[in-house]
Design a protein around this ligand. Structure first.
Ligand SMILES: [Zn+2]
Ligand SMILES: [Zn+2]
Ligand SMILES: [Zn+2]
Ligand SMILES: [Zn+2]
Ligand SMILES: [Zn+2]
Ligand SMILES: [Zn+2]
Ligand SMILES: [Zn+2]
Ligand SMILES: [Zn+2]
Length: 1853
């Protein structure tokens, strides 16, 4: 029965089966199954078209499948869009509407939703995604599009059962077949390409089936729910897959099933049956494990395949492989899989086949079904471990990662679902276990601290897993689920999980250890550091921030307590494992301390938000001391790195130092470190802390008051900068409040101010530079209103401007004046600078501000800022400022500074003063007066007694005992016994400070603290000293003790320093002594800007204000006459340093000035080169066209510097750039610019461009007329003509040749190619490629202007003719070779080679001289017309006065003329005769087979003019020129009238014909009416006008012609000729162009300029076109003659007569296509548009902005003979110049010949910034100024000069 069905027509079979099935007897179902057995038999290949056909027909149950689709779709009630996309799809994200940050929308839903004014952006999907429209768990309902609003689906009826009945029966079998196929097709890849191909084949074969399933999912809810039932049902799976169904094929089913089992096993997975065996193994393994770090080591349950892989490549870390304790975790997570439904097995196979795209899409398309989503999520979680294992092994981990995330993001972004699987499927346990498992595969032994006794293991950052970031899908999933409160809570409550997590984090603690190279430079600069930073940020910090967002309120105190506890445990374990006691190992640093940072950040949160007591979370003192060491080591190393002490480790170490503070890392790295150090400082003994700092920075030895010292730890050259580093660190530590009390607002403001002070910033840079504070996952969202408000509060916007020279700027933000005045904080700047020069830049800008506002004119010091109040929990921090050790250091440094000791600097002094001032501003609470009680007497034995700085400032130190080298001056000095009365007591050191050793101090304190913790004291003391390499300075044998008489207090030292800084004795005088209203003058604001003296004064005022005692002391010190200041001549080191700094500053200024000068010189070259309208300054340099009064022009050679005339023997030439141009060819008739099409309806047709029109004309002419004649009747070069421009500089041609030779030998990389003759002008560096010889001027020949009245027109005509005859007989011979003529020939060759052959050969015989002739005068025409365009298209309104900068037209005309005179024009065809004489009808003399000559009325007058002028002998007389122009004007006028007559309607023609006849009597030669009437009469003789009276022509004239409009139209017709002719005259004879202000005057002005009108005769605006006529013979006769030429040939081409007769020489200025305002309009239409050539959607679509052609940039698809489409188009459309908009980047590239450059973008965002590659995806708007500049550069051919960064494109664009 089934067999018979198979033979039937599928649709009818399906229909009858459906009927059978709907009966209750079940026979139909049986029948259907039989049929399916056969159709879906495993023996039939899935790829067979029949199989799918059958399935489709059966599912449709007799309908066509398409109809069925439509019917089902009609019932779709899905409220979710769920559109699934793959990588590179363009989607949208709206932050205003999104709940989850992962939310995304398809373009359709986005555009149909309401998002105006929202914070949205467009983005290119990287991993793929799905549309969330309609999913209210991910986005707000208000953002849904109309279609997916939940209300929209209410009215849709549910689908009738009958429609879906067949699907219900068939789909289980289809799915079964799919699974069978997957099982059969699989073979374990043995990393051999053959099997990989097999897998690909298997996938290909099932493609049609998957497509079918995909189609079904797209039909909507109904089919999806059936599929869900099939996929998730256990029973169906059991029935079909256990092999019970088909008895006949039992063997197949069994084999098939076994393949599945084999695959499971092959993956290292077991089914639950085997589970019992495994657990026994587990126990055995567990017993033998050794415990390290709370984890177990050993081989354990590593599955066999992994084991083998590992054995293959033995690694260091292998023996130390660590596994987590299996006691806490279910081993089933990693190794057991049991499939209970189709969905599970299908996912298994999807993983096995490494996520084929089609399968992924199918699985994701099902997601809108809620039941499926739950089932699938659970299945995904079930396979999670397996997925990640597969990922690690995958060779294509990048693709696979993307596919995994594509799926998981859809599942885990939904909080409810994530919570459900966390609870039901142990999602968190699985994730953490898998993370541990993953990292375990690449652990190595840590070498930190004690290499031998180190039991800690860390990840090896060189492993592919880390280097390639393979772990990111897992980490990103983890971060994603932790963002859900309910899930995070679960995590924080589970102590087991936390413990595991801390284990995980500790793998990163101390990774990527750096050891300072002391001897040789590292051979290989390892770049692993980036992997390390990325790993810490992504795997440790991000989850931390995720957890922290859920610890924001008091109620969550418990969580923080737990985390802190486990963190401390882990830290303790770590210290134990690395065998750490108290000293860090020297010359080692790791930037990775995630455990420290976890601890720090949870601590910060606890104090800030949860009101926890700090002390309750702190460990004991010993632990605090340990915790302080490594972060402090990093700070010291930063300073070492910047002091160049790590140079031998290569550049990468600087990279690490910079990354550590960089904006994306700082809030997870340096900020927590500083905070932790602040916490330690606030609780540890301040003396201990301070001495530790100086010891870590290795500057202890430097801190002696002796003039000389030895330093065991540091080279002298590094001392100063390390001391600066140490002091700066202390200042940062004490003034930074980021975690100590600043609010989020204050932090953001401070960050913003710091960045803006360094440099003006664009909006996007600023966004990027501001750390999302303090928590990257919450807080400020980029672009939020919050951010914007803050920005507008602190910064002013500077709109993008253009700099001359074309460099484009972006919109910038610059600090407001108030910010400089009150908020600029150098400390914050130092903290956030990646490059040290940024600090200098901020200071320079600050100085600029002070100068500009007149606040301070000197060299300012960094301003001191009051700090935000300290959170009371950290008050202890201020004890640092009030401890003896710090005060001794400060005193010592002040003393050293005042004594001009070596290696002191202004910066050091600045930091010292900063610390003192901080101390004064943060006095301890016990009153100052109290301390004063102790007074002088109690300071009998040593340094200071109290700790209050206010008191200690005043404390006088009399003697200090120092250890000095024996050579030091102190040693020889006698003890000051004679000056002291109590000598004996002095020796007893009653008033002498003890030798102070910081190291000893720290040791002592450490011991004290340790002893307090009696438990640990003994064991710690045992091991302590052995690793120490530090030796106390006193142990150095060469040192001897000396006693120094000091007798200073810090106050006296400060006052001395004031003298020093001001350079004046007694410069300081306490103001209160002169002014009784003392303190009222104390305005700290006014005091904040200034130099060192200001800082000292401020401190003294503060000191005086704090205590009466101090005030008195200051007075006393100041009263003392001339305190001992070291005399100036000492020329001390300090002064030297200050001087040096000053000198350096001056040098810097000088240099800047020089640079600026140089730049402005360059710029002025550029400006003139750009030919912009700035008529000044250039006249002097204008050579070509200038009226040189001197007899001979003198040229300067820019190479040899000599000056002289250009001669035949040693010609001089102009530096020129020759380039092919099609700019004029793209002119259009309409003055409205063409719009760029942005829909299918809009189109651009090229027909109305100048280039096309001329092409058509020449083809038409060639059809009917003699070729050589045709080639003299038009101009070419509208497309591909050669434009010649010069920078105006000249050189000897022989000098140029040697210059080129030197360039050729120069191996320096040049952006131009010397082989192509390219070079840059030696003077102005402008790009050039040829040299145009200057024609030696023979002044005597230059005719004196003779008024043309002197000779009659007739006489002149004859003279011209004579000269032309002459020429015919005696062509100038090139055989008389001179150097000049050789060069002229060679430049002509260059000109020809500049353009392509096809732009030269227009004649029928390629290469004929006629072609060359045409080409040459066309070059002249082109250059004239381009100049006209550059002048604005006309010669009035400034067009005439605009100086033609650096024109080389005169020289060019000479070269062209010389070559053109080589051609012989047959006198019989010389147009001159026909122009000036009445001749016999000549057509009879011509053979019939030859085509006639082109009638004069068809000829192009400008071309005729150039031919006549350029073929005349050299040094054309002006009277002859004028004569030619006059003769041609007659013809031009006739053409104008003829053209006009064609435009008339028949009636008008008759009317004008008749009215003109009446006026014949008087002055008829100059009456347009007579002439018009005559022409109409003549032309009517033929059938000319009949053809014209078709619609299209008469349509042109809707209005009636009046005499005025006729005159106007004649003038318009003639003007183009008059303009080019005037320019020609200007260049040939050097007379100034006339000036006129009104467009109406132009005709008259030009006519008189050209001598057509007597200028005195009439006021120019009344100029009448006909009054310019001057006929050599009777007008009517010669007109008749011209008309007859047309008539004779008209028979052969009556159709074209009209077209040829109607010339329209008017073209509007060339312009680029008009672009839409909003970039999205372009993007939406073009980014998915298919190319017309390859009909594919290009990967990199580009758009020609000249003609609108759409091309495949870089595409192989459209490549022709190794030319990619873009390059090809640039040749065809722009003769080598192309301007393309890259659709996907919003950037414009310019192609010029073999080079290209990225021009920039003409679309900017609201902040005036480009968005290259659309990375930010914010709306972009057209910046018309930029677009104007682009157009300007195109029209003026200045791309080469203005844009700097060119590269060769090798035809690959
Ligand atoms: Zn959508
Ligand atoms: Zn939608
Ligand atoms: Zn929105
Ligand atoms: Zn020279
Ligand atoms: Zn130059
Ligand atoms: Zn184009
Ligand atoms: Zn293409
Ligand atoms: Zn293509």
């Amino acid at each position: 029965m089934a067999v018979s069905l198979l033979r039937r027509d599928k649709r009818s079979a399906a229909a009858s089966l459906k009927a059978e099935c709907s009966r209750p007897d079940g026979r139909g179902v049986q029948l259907l199954n039989d049929l399916l057995d056969s159709v879906l038999s495993p023996e039939r290949a899935l790829a067979e078209a029949e199989v799918i056909e059958w399935c489709k027909c059966l599912i449709a149950g007799g309908e066509s499948f398409d109809d069925f689709c439509k019917m089902v779709c009609a019932y779709d009630n899905a409220t979710l869009c769920g559109l699934v996309w793959t990588a590179n799809f363009v989607a949208y994200r709206c932050r205003t509407c999104g709940i989850s940050p992962c939310m995304s929308l398809c373009a359709e839903c986005f555009n149909a939703g309401e998002h105006t004014g929202h914070d949205f952006n467009m983005f290119r999907s990287q991993a793929g995604g799905a549309c969330d429209c309609g999913d209210s768990s991910v986005m707000r309902d208000s953002g849904f599009c109309k279609r997916h609003r939940s209300t929209a689906s209410l009215n849709i009826p549910s689908v009738p059962n009958e429609l879906m009945m067949m699907s219900e029966h068939i789909l289980p079998r289809v799915i079964l077949r799919l699974v069978q196929h997957l099982r059969d097709g699989y073979s374990e890849p043995v990393s051999d390409p053959a099997t990989e191909r097999d897998l690909q084949k298997t996938l290909q074969q099932m493609d049609p089936l998957i497509s079918l399933l995909e189609d079904l999912t797209k039909m909507g809810g109904a089919t999806r729910s059936i599929l869900t039932r099939v996929l998730a049902n256990h029973q169906i799976y059991k029935d079909l897959c256990s092999g019970d169904l088909c008895t006949g094929e039992k063997t197949y089913a069994k084999k098939n099933y076994e393949k599945y089992l084999a695959a499971l096993k092959g993956s290292g997975l077991v089914t639950s049956k085997e589970r019992s065996v495994t657990s026994v193994l587990d126990q055995m393994a567990g017993a033998s494990n050794v415990t390290i770090l709370g984890a177990t080591a050993g081989t354990g349950q590593m599955d066999s395949s992994d084991e083998e892989e590992q054995d293959g490549n033995q690694r260091v870390g292998k023996r130390k492989r660590v596994e987590l304790c299996n006691s806490t975790k279910d081993p089933s997570i990693m190794d057991i899989l049991k499939h209970k439904c189709f969905l599970e097995e299908i996912l298994f196979w999807t993983v096995k086949y490494e996520f084929p795209q089609k399968m992924v899409t199918f699985l994701l398309n099902m997601l809108p079904d809620q039941d499926y989503k739950i089932a699938f999520t659970k299945t995904f979680v079930q396979h999670y471990a397996f997925i990640m294992k597969t990922l690690i092994k995958s060779h294509e981990s990048d693709t696979m990662s993307n596919r995994i995330v594509h799926i998981s993001v859809q599942l885990f972004s939904n909080e409810e679902l994530a919570r459900q699987v966390t609870e039901e499927c142990q999602l968190l346990e699985i994730m953490v276990t898998v993370l541990l498992y993953m990292m375990e595969s690449c652990l190595i032994k840590s070498e930190l601290q004690d290499e031998e006794n180190n039991f800690h293991v860390v990840v090896n950052c060189g492993e592919p897993l880390l280097k390639n970031n393979t772990y990111w899908p897992l980490v990103s999933d983890f971060i994603n689920i932790l963002s859900h409160q309910s899930v995070a809570k679960r995590f924080l409550e589970d102590q087991g999980l936390l413990q595991m997590w801390m284990n995980f984090v500790s793998f990163f603690q101390g990774m990527n250890l750096n050891k300072r190279e002391l001897n040789e430079h590292v051979e290989f600069e390892s770049q692993t550091y980036y992997a390390a930073f990325a790993a810490e940020l992504e795997a440790c910090a991000q989850p931390m921030w995720g957890l922290l967002t859920h610890c924001k309120i008091r109620e969550t105190q418990g969580y923080t307590r737990t985390v802190v506890r486990y963190c401390l445990d882990a830290l303790q374990d770590w210290f134990d494992a690395i065998n750490f006691v108290d000293e860090p190992a020297p010359n080692q640093v790791t930037f990775h301390l995630p455990l420290h940072r976890y601890y720090a950040m949870f601590l910060s949160k606890a104090i800030r938000c949860q009101q926890l007591d700090l002390d309750s979370l702190l460990p004991d003192q010993e632990m605090l001391m340990k915790m302080m060491v490594h972060p402090l080591q990093i700070q010291a190393s930063l300073s070492e790195i910047h002091s160049n002490m790590w140079v031998r480790n290569g550049l990468q170490i600087k990279g690490q130092a910079m990354t550590y503070v960089q904006s994306h890392f700082c809030n997870s790295m340096i900020d927590p470190d500083i905070f932790l150090l602040q916490v330690c400082a606030s609780r540890l003994d301040p003396d201990y802390f301070v001495s530790s700092v100086f010891e870590r920075f290795k500057v202890v030895d430097l801190l002696t008051m002796a003039s000389q010292h030895q330093n065991a730890a540091l080279d002298t050259e590094h001392e100063r900068s390390m001391l600066e580093g140490a002091l700066t660190f202390l200042v940062i530590l004490l003034s930074l409040r980021i975690h100590l009390g600043m609010t989020d607002d204050e932090i953001l403001r401070a960050e913003m101010v710091a960045q803006l002070c360094m440099s003006d910033r664009t909006h996007s840079t600023l966004l990027d530079l501001i750390p999302e504070n303090p928590n990257p996952k919450s807080g400020i969202i980029p672009g939020s209103y919050y951010f914007e408000n803050m920005l507008s509060a602190v910064a002013d916007f500077k709109a993008p401007v253009f700099e001359p020279g074309g460099s484009m700027q972006q919109g910038m933000y610059t600090p407001k004046a108030d910010v400089w005045n009150q908020e600029f904080d150098p400390i914050m700047v130092i903290l956030r600078t990646v490059y040290r020069r940024d600090v200098q830049s901020a200071m320079d800008r600050y100085m600029g501000f002070l100068k500009q506002t007149g606040k301070f004119c000197g060299n300012p010091w960094p301003p001191y800022r009051e700090r935000a109040p300290l959170n009371p929990s950290y008050k202890g921090l201020m004890r640092i400022l009030h401890c003896k050790t710090l005060h001794i250091v400060l005193f010592t440094l002040l003393y050293k500074m005042s004594m001009d000791h070596q290696n002191m600097s202004e910066h050091i002094l600045c930091m010292v003063l900063y610390l003192i001032e901080l101390g004064l501003d943060n006095l301890p609470e016990e009153t100052v007066e109290e301390e004063e009680m102790f007074g002088e007497e109690r300071c009998s034995d040593s340094w200071f007694h109290g700790t209050n700085i206010a008191t200690n400032l005043n404390h006088v130190i009399n003697y200090v005992r120092v250890r000095v080298p024996e050579t030091a001056p102190e040693v020889t000095r006698e003890p000051p016994a004679s000056t002291s009365s109590d000598t004996s007591s002095f020796v007893q050191s009653s008033n002498t400070a003890q030798v102070f050793s910081l190291v000893a101090e720290r040791r002592r304190k450490f011991q004290e603290i340790i002893n307090r913790n009696s438990d640990n004291a003994i064991q710690n003391a045992d091991v302590r000293p052995k690793t120490s390499k530090w030796t106390a300075p006193s142990s150095t044998p060469q040192l001897t003790t000396a006693i120094l008489e000091v007798r200073e207090s810090m106050l006296s030292l400060l006052i001395k320093l004031h003298y020093k800084l001001s350079g004046k004795q007694n410069s300081y005088y306490p103001f209160w002594l002169e002014d009784s209203e003392s303190t009222s003058r104390l305005d700290p604001m006014q005091q904040s800007h200034g130099d060192g003296t200001t800082a000292v004064e401020r401190i003294l005022i503060k000191t005086a204000a704090r205590s009466r005692q101090n005030k008195c002391s200051i007075e006393e010190i100041c009263r003392k006459v001339a305190p001992p200041v070291p005399p100036k001549k000492n020329s001390s080191a300090d002064k030297k340093a200050l001087d040096k700094e000053e000198r350096r500053q001056k040098a810097r200024e000088r240099q800047q000035k020089l640079l600026a000068e140089f730049a402005s010189r360059q710029k002025s070259f550029m400006e003139t080169a750009m030919d912009l309208e700035s008529p000044d300054s250039d006249v002097a340099m204008d050579i070509g066209s200038s009226e040189q009064q001197d007899s001979e022009t003198v040229y300067d050679c820019v190479i040899c510097g000599q000056s002289g005339p250009s001669t035949e023997e040693r010609p001089t030439g102009l530096v020129v750039l020759l380039q092919a141009s099609s700019v004029l060819g793209h002119r259009r008739r309409s003055t409205e610019p063409k719009k760029l099409p942005t829909s299918d309806e809009e189109q651009i047709y090229p027909e109305d461009t100048c280039g096309t029109a001329h092409d058509v004309r020449i083809t038409d002419l060639q059809q009917y007329f003699k070729d050589s004649s045709c080639l003299q009747s038009v101009s070419i070069g509208w497309e591909g003509g050669v434009y010649v421009q010069t920078c105006g500089h000249t050189l000897h041609i022989d000098c140029h040749k040697s210059y080129m030779e030197s360039l050729r030998n120069d191996q320096v990389l040049q952006s131009f190619s010397v082989d192509k003759g390219e070079f840059t002008c030696p003077l102005c560096r402008q790009f050039a490629n040829s040299v145009l010889p200057c024609y030696p001027e023979k002044s005597e020949e230059k005719s004196i202007w003779s008024p043309y009245i002197s000779k009659t027109l007739q006489a002149l005509i004859e003279e011209v003719e004579e000269q032309q005859e002459q020429l015919g007989m005696f062509p100038v011979s090139i055989s008389s070779v001179t150097n000049l003529s050789k060069e002229m020939e060679s430049v002509m060759k260059d000109i020809k080679n500049t353009t392509q052959k096809k732009y030269i050969d227009y004649g029928k015989t390629p290469g004929s001289p006629d072609n060359d002739f045409l080409f040459m005068y066309s070059v002249a025409r082109l250059n004239l017309e381009l100049e006209l365009v550059h002048r604005g298209g006309n010669l009035c309104l400034g067009g005439a006065s605009a100086t033609t900068k650096r024109s080389c037209l005169n020289q060019l005309l000479h070269v062209l003329a010389m070559h053109m005179r080589l051609f012989r024009i047959d006198s019989a065809y010389n147009p001159w005769t026909r122009l000036t004489r009445l001749t016999q009808v000549i057509d009879s003399g011509i053979c019939d087979d030859e085509k006639p000559e082109v009638p004069l009325l068809y000829r192009d007058i400008s071309s005729l003019l150039l031919i006549l002028v350029l073929t005349m002998p050299q040094e054309l007389h002006k009277e002859h020129f004028t004569c030619i122009v006059k003769v041609l004007y007659n013809l031009l006028y006739t053409q104008a009238i003829a053209t006009l007559s064609v435009r008339f309607s028949e009636e008008e023609r008759t009317a004008w014909k008749n009215s003109g006849k009446l006026k014949i009597m008087c002055n008829s030669d100059k009456s347009w009416e007579v002439l018009l009437s005559h022409i109409i009469g003549e032309l009517s003789k033929g059938k000319l006008y009949c053809a014209s009276d078709t619609d299209q022509v008469s349509m042109l004239s809707t209005s009636v012609w009046s005499p005025q409009s006729i005159e106007y139209s004649i003038q318009q017709f003639c003007l183009p000729f008059l303009r080019t002719t005037s320019l020609l005259q200007h260049h040939l004879f050097g007379d100034d162009l006339p000036n006129c202000q009104r467009t109406e005057e132009e005709f008259g002005m030009l006519a008189s300029y050209l001598g057509l009108l007597l200028s005195s005769l009439q006021s120019s605006d009344e100029a009448n076109s006909s009054s310019c006529l001057e006929w050599p013979v009777a007008a009517l006769d010669i007109i008749s003659q011209w008309c007859s030429e047309v008539m004779t040939s008209a028979e052969s081409h009556s159709e074209q007569v009209m077209n040829l007769l109607v010339q329209d020489p008017q073209w509007s200025l060339p312009c680029l296509l008009q672009l839409p305002e909003n970039y999205n309009t372009i993007f939406q239409y073009y980014h998915r548009k298919a190319c017309v050539h390859c009909s594919k959607v290009p990967k990199d679509p580009a758009l020609c902005l000249v003609c609108g052609t759409f091309v495949c940039l870089k595409g192989q698809c459209c490549k022709q003979q190794s030319y990619c489409e873009c390059v090809l188009h640039s040749q065809n459309c722009g003769a080598g110049t192309g301007i393309f908009l890259l659709i996907n980047a919003s950037v414009i590239i310019v192609i010029r010949g073999h080079r290209f450059c990225l021009w920039g973008s003409v679309y900017l965002d609201t902040h005036g910034e480009e968005d290259r590659d659309l990375r930010r995806g914010k709306p972009l708007y057209l910046c018309s100024e930029r677009y104007k500049v682009l157009e300007q550069q195109w029209v003026t051919h200045t791309f080469d000069h203005i844009n700097k960064r060119w590269g060769a494109h090798y035809n690959g664009l």
